[in-house]
Write a protein that binds this ligand. Structure first.
Ligand SMILES: Nc1ncnc2c1ncn2[C@@H]1O[C@H](COP(=O)(O)OP(=O)(O)O)[C@@H](O)[C@H]1O
Ligand SMILES: [Mg+2]
Length: 256
């Protein structure tokens, strides 16, 4: 069953169609890769799915429910979480505080209850801290929950970001270039953690330039070029696709 269905989506900036009639169906439990040259529209597609970017055409469904008209926070509540291409952590807050920011209560304790200090509020706070700690532990950062995020290495900061996205307990986790800028020595752990997250049942949609990572990690890959579909398939199929090789892998080989 498709968990996330993107159908004929178009996102335009003035006259430029950054995403131009793109379709993608992501099955539950999979790691879906999205690759393509710089400017192909990968981040714009993420923004469209998360609700940060308005569609000029098309439909997005989560579990068969249309979500393209919903606000980002409503999509988050339905189970879509993402990290950003550029690191977004708060260095002066502790790790656990950074992760708690991502918590999204499904059963919202009311504003009035919060004002009156009713017991449900404290329960929710405790729950928030428990969830945040659990996600930090999953990312191997549990023993440093009280430390400042500014003390982390770049690779660890990326893991902290993933922990924060997971604090919303999403069905779909979208990662935009999670190892971009991460030193080679720290890439392995990040890749391992993404696999672990997927093993807990979270569907992952991954944009990444590192071809070895994409090929080793993803079940299915979509190749984009100029906002459009170029190819889709398993890593093996993609690696053998002549169009992909000339459009993308060839370019990668030139820069390698
Ligand atoms: N906010 C924006 N305003 C205008 N053009 C944009 C904006 N965001 C992205 N673009 C353009 O849309 C195209 C796709 O960009 P992007 O989605 O960032 O590509 P990718 O993530 O695949 O590198 C590029 O040509 C980019 O310059
Ligand atoms: Mg991008």
């Amino acid at each position: 069953m498709a968990l996330l269905d993107v159908e004929n989506v178009r996102v335009s900036f003035g006259g430029l169609h950054a995403v131009d009639g793109l379709s993608l169906s992501v099955r539950a439990g999979q790691i879906q890769g999205i690759i393509g040259p710089n400017g192909a529209g990968k981040t714009t597609l993420f923004n469209a799915i998360a609700g940060i970017q308005k569609l000029s055409a098309g439909t997005i469904r989560l579990r068969e429910r249309e979500i393209q008209a919903l606000q980002p926070y409503q999509r988050a509540a339905l189970g879509i979480a993402r990290t950003f291409q550029n690191l977004q952590i708060f260095p002066d807050l502790s790790l656990i505080e950074n992760v708690m920011i991502g918590y999204h209560p499904r059963a919202r304790t009311g504003f009035l209850a919060a004002l009156l200090g009713l017991p449900g509020v404290h329960r929710e706070e405790r729950r928030m801290e428990e969830v945040a700690y659990e996600k930090l532990k999953l990312m191997g950062l549990g023993d440093r929950a009280a430390r400042l995020a500014g003390d982390l290495s770049f690779g660890e900061s990326k893991l902290l970001e993933i922990a924060r996205a997971l604090a919303a307990e999403p069905h779909v986790l979208m990662l935009d270039e999670p190892i971009a800028g991460v030193p080679a020595s720290e890439q392995g752990p990040v890749v391992g953690m993404i696999r672990e997250v997927n093993d807990t049942g979270v569907t992952v949609v991954l944009v990444e330039h590192n071809m070895r990572m994409v090929m080793g990690l993803c079940h299915q890959i979509l190749v984009m070029r100029s906002g459009r579909y170029l190819a889709a398939g398993t890593p093996k199929e993609i690696a053998a696709n002549p169009e992909v090789i000339s459009a993308y892998l060839g370019e990668e080989a030139v820069h390698a």
